[in-house]
Design a protein around this ligand. Structure first.
Ligand SMILES: [Zn+2]
Length: 165
């Protein structure tokens, strides 16, 4: 698991134990390169969600990625890992309860901002600014990708939406 602080791949598991409700395994991890400590949770995933990006691309929903972006926003803030876990679980349940297999990336971003706003003002401002910058950078990257990258989008190299079911 990549270190959320320095990006090292050499992180080690120090401790594994079930959460109180035994619905997940909590692992404490340490990074030998920067000394950073973080916690991950392993849990059952019942539904496959797909994230619909702004330029029309799709990718499988990745809970760990969501946890990491929340962790980065909350870096060095006095918030327990369990609260981050609850926030993310709440967001995932809300996404699942929407009943759609495809979720717009914007929808996820808004839910995270909503959650952070009530949790920690500093993290909220951090996430909101990074999220907006990231979106612009990503949009640009996807625009360039659409011009030069034919492999992912089929022989025509065009991005096409699926017809409505
Ligand atoms: Zn590190």
């Amino acid at each position: 698991m990549r270190c959320p602080y320095c990006g090292s791949l050499a992180t080690q598991v120090k401790d594994s134990r079930p959460t109180e409700d035994s619905a997940a395994i909590r692992r404490r991890r340490v990074c030998p390169d920067c000394g950073g400590r973080f916690t991950t949770f392993e849990r059952i995933q019942l539904r496959e969600l797909t994230v619909l990006k702004s330029a029309g691309r799709r990718e499988p929903f990745d809970r760990d990625k969501l946890v990491r972006s929340v962790q980065v926003a909350l870096r060095k803030r006095p918030v327990e890992p369990e609260r981050i876990e609850r926030l993310v679980s709440g967001i995932v349940r809300r996404l699942e309860s929407m009943g759609e297999a495809e979720i717009k990336s914007d929808t996820i971003g808004h839910l995270v901002m909503e959650g952070l706003r009530s949790m920690d003002d500093v993290a909220y401002v951090r996430f909101a600014s990074v999220y907006r910058n990231f979106r612009e950078a990503k949009d640009f990257e996807e625009f360039l990708g659409a011009l030069s990258d034919n492999e992912e989008d089929g022989p025509g190299g065009r991005i096409e939406d699926d017809p409505p079911a």
